[in-house]
Design a protein around this ligand. Sequence first.
Ligand code: NAI
Length: 353
Amino acid sequence: DLRQEAVARASAIRQSQRPKKEDPEPKLRVVLGAAGGIGQPLSLLLKACPLVDELSLFDVVNTPGVTADLSHISSIAKITGYLPADDGMKKALTGADVVVIPAGIPRKPGMTRDDLFKINAGIVRDLVQGIAENCPKAFILVISNPVNSTVPIAAEVMKEAGKFDPKRLFGVTTLDVVRAETFVQDITGEKDPSKTVIPVIGGHSGETIVPLFSLAKPKVNIPADKLAPLIKRVQFGGDEVVEAKGGAGSATLSMAYAGFRFAEKIIKAMKGEKGIVEPTYVYLPGVTGGDAIAKETGVDYFSVPVELGPSGAEKANNILSELDDNEKKLLEACTKGLKGNIEKGVDFVHNPP
Ligand code: NAI
């Protein structure tokens, strides 16, 4: 009888631990380029995140070590890691619903993000090809630079495979938002900089980055002489890190934070949390509300605050009419630069060098 009682108790415990019916199935999140400067701390944050059930890491080097190391952390996420050998990419991607891509070379002093194109374009193309083949419905979060071009590359690869869903492709521009929040603190003196919401629109490099301090919430008063340097600092903030690292790479830790912040919002939105809006670089004609923005800016890829939901980018918020005159001028410079970056990405897929 005692034995029966123990069995019943064990079964009751098991029942209570089983996910409730309405709980979503465990889902797999993947980092491609997981052994890199961004990939490692990003994988750490994902491994520690209670919303992540399963995590898989892929890189061309060092994933066994990174995976073994992270596997000792006593968090929920089950972790596996793969190298290209033995169909590693396929194994890493099968079953994925979110794939974050920080694979590719970073900048050295004196380099622009566009200088990375030659190498990173091919890396992103091949990885997205892997996504098209193994987990075509996954949300794709592109960190690899130049984001202005690598996102169009990802879109074209998915299109060619007949699998493109514009609502599921995101260029990660969150670091520009994070920098805007942080740098404006010098002026506002706000204790917690993340409490000031500043939309950043456009692209992700130099003048294509357009921070909209006039739309900050709560409102911020920026003295006229401080505004131009502040905008410039957000646009070229990445250079500060590249120079400080003196040849050892670009932003990795702040980028991992930003990439995680965006990925976490995506995961929360997938799980049904409402009201999540984040700037992200999307294919406008494929997102509700995006067409009007594409017409107005003359570009198909652009970062705007996007409402996120279970199907991905559910609505692109058109805030262009709210820009002040200075921001309108910045927008002009932005779209001029962006056009060429986008064409270069699209062309790369159709006319490979
Ligand atoms: P890193 O060189 O430290 O790491 C890149 C990783 O990608 C390496 O581990 C490398 O082995 C891996 N990799 C290369 N080819 C691969 C392939 N075919 N498949 C899988 N993995 C591959 O570079 P870091 O600093 O982590 O930067 C990564 C990228 O992120 C760069 O392109 C950089 O410009 C970009 N970045 C983007 C930012 C953004 O705001 N979106 C901010 C900062 C950097």
